[in-house]
Design a protein around this ligand. Sequence first.
Ligand code: NAP
Length: 248
Amino acid sequence: MELTLKDKVALVSGAGRGIGRAIALELAKEGCKVVCVSKNIYSCGKVAEEINASGGTAEAVAFDVSSPAECKANCAEILKKYDTVDILINNAGITRDNLLMRMSDEEWDAVIATNLSSAFYLCRNLVRAMMGKRWGRIINIASVSGQAGNAGQANYSAAKAGMIGFTKTLARELAGRNITVNAVAPGFIETDMTAALPEAIMEAAKANIPLKRAGKPEDIANVCTYLASEESNYVTGQVIAVNGGLYM
Ligand code: NAP
């Protein structure tokens, strides 16, 4: 299937590495102008350079998506330059794992702010422009942890479950303006985030996956690219699990 995406403006948060990087590269391949956002200019800058070097169009903008003030200021600059953002991918995320009894306020707050509040801040600043264009795509990266829970991740699974409720509500609020809002829930994907897990945990996780392997960032990017395209126009308010069958 040919996807219709050419010349759309896409903002990908957490585009510096892993899943966000793969999404940025794939959207650029389909002809989007990609705004690559990450915390560190070196990581999103490298991805934007990679896209531009291969004939695509990208720009790197580094800011902290957990800060409402930084989101407001940077979104205003981005809108001034591009007029709108057609496709918003809320992908930036961190883990601060701990069992409930040992979890600090800082671990809780950092994960909620980065993985959930960031999506609220970016949507609040960008949705008006999408509404004006009567076209938009919002894709929120959730997680199997938000669907099934995961011991040691009370903060992370609460944020990701929150992302699912946020997705469904925005889908209802924005449908009348032809803006679709969906969540993608990855299982275990090979990135820096999972590289930090002990080998034994990764091996045990893989043994539980019906497809018997971890996913690749491109597996998530392919689904996001479809959801970002014109061809997904009747899909909204959904959670698409991309997890090798780990949770059905
Ligand atoms: P990753 O490799 O650790 O990359 C995370 C990206 O998010 C980086 O580019 C990082 O920026 C950016 N980021 C983190 N905090 C930020 C902040 N405050 N402001 C701006 N950017 C920030 O992670 P990943 O594995 O690709 O995960 C991407 C998303 O998928 C996350 O939401 C994660 O929860 C979700 N997910 C991942 C898996 C998995 O198995 N990997 C499974 C389910 C869901 P810098 O590059 O500048 O540091």
